[in-house]
Design a protein around this ligand. Structure first.
Ligand SMILES: C[S@@+](CC[C@H](N)C(=O)[O-])C[C@H]1O[C@@H](n2cnc3c(N)ncnc32)[C@H](O)[C@@H]1O
Length: 284
């Protein structure tokens, strides 16, 4: 069973949006189980559930409101806008219901986005329920993100990795992934990793930490996820980042204030690696 309440970052808003008798708006069998779009008690807010488990969700979004971010980790991801000089070429590994995509496209409508998603039904859902709220559609790539990275040569300004199913990841899958991702970044490119503690083996976290020079990280308030933001180029001081956040916020007027989000992040130095890696379980 995927994504149980209390087990995963997908379920942070369950208590407020759950309805007793679910209204199913879309239902389709996928290679990874039955996927349904379910109405919630909150008008316009929909959740994506799997195999008729309605107290759990893959994603949550609000139709007609592209900047609505219902899950705790998502506003943290937007902090990446402080680190990227430009957002022309973007790679999403794990599209889900396109929460981050929808938010980003609202503020950066010219971005060219490659959205890699293994589940064709998730792509269908984005097309059916979310595309109308976006300035333009991404380039959908229905394939395994790990395989995509093996053959990719294109360079990106921003890469967001968020590929999960409802069980811990096998560390072997991540072998060499971060090194390859780093090579796909432009000179001042940014890599974001939404790391779910319970599903990521410690060795994978250790590998990520040693693959990038400049890393900041924030833990969600429920303690279930860490959002890592890794950036290329010279290290930025706290003061420099605060000024950038303030300037970009006043330019774009983001729904989730960049200055507020930035405050939740801590700089990770090599001396801190062991402490951060120790937050992850020792898994195969
Ligand atoms: C948490 S969701 C991503 C949510 C997304 N970040 C957003 O902004 O809405 C995780 C997604 O990763 C996808 N996924 C899992 N393994 C994958 C893989 N190996 N390659 C590509 N997508 C994968 C799942 O199908 C699911 O849609």
């Amino acid at each position: 069973m995927l994504f149980k309440v209390g087990m995963c970052f997908y379920f942070l808003v369950v208590a407020t949006v759950q309805s007793a008798t679910p209204t199913i708006l879309y239902s389709k069998q996928s290679p990874f189980g039955l996927i349904e779009v379910v109405a919630t008690a909150e008008p316009g807010v929909l959740k994506i559930c799997e195999n008729r488990v309605y107290d759990a969700m893959h994603s949550i979004f609000k139709q007609g409101d592209p900047t609505y971010l219902g899950l705790l980790y998502a506003p943290l991801v937007t902090t990446s806008f402080c680190f990227s000089q430009k957002l022309e070429k973007v790679l999403l590994l794990g599209l889900g219901a396109g929460d981050f995509l929808s938010y980003m496209m609202k503020y950066f409508p010219d971005a060219q986005v490659d959205a890699v998603e293994i589940n064709p039904v998730m792509i269908n859902i984005v097309k059916k329920f979310r595309e109308k709220d976006m300035a333009k559609a991404p380039n959908y790539l229905c394939e395994d993100g790990f395989k995509y990275i093996d053959k990719a040569t294109k360079k990106y300004d921003l890469i967001f990795c968020d590929m999960y199913f409802g069980k811990p990841t096998i560390s072997k899958k991540y072998n060499g992934l971060f090194k390859k991702l780093k090579n796909l970044l432009n000179e001042e490119g940014v890599f974001i990793w939404n790391a779910y503690f319970n599903f990521i083996p410690r060795v994978v976290a250790e590998d990520m930490l040693k693959s990038f020079e400049n890393i900041v990280a924030a833990i969600t308030t429920d303690g279930l996820n860490i959002v890592f933001i890794c950036y290329q180029g010279p290290a930025k001081s706290k003061e420099e980042l605060e000024k950038i956040a303030k300037d970009i916020q006043s330019k774009y007027n983001f729904r989730y204030s960049l200055t507020d989000q930035l405050q939740k992040f801590k700089l990770i130095t090599p001396a801190d690696h062991e402490t951060w890696a120790a937050k992850f379980p020792v898994l195969e």
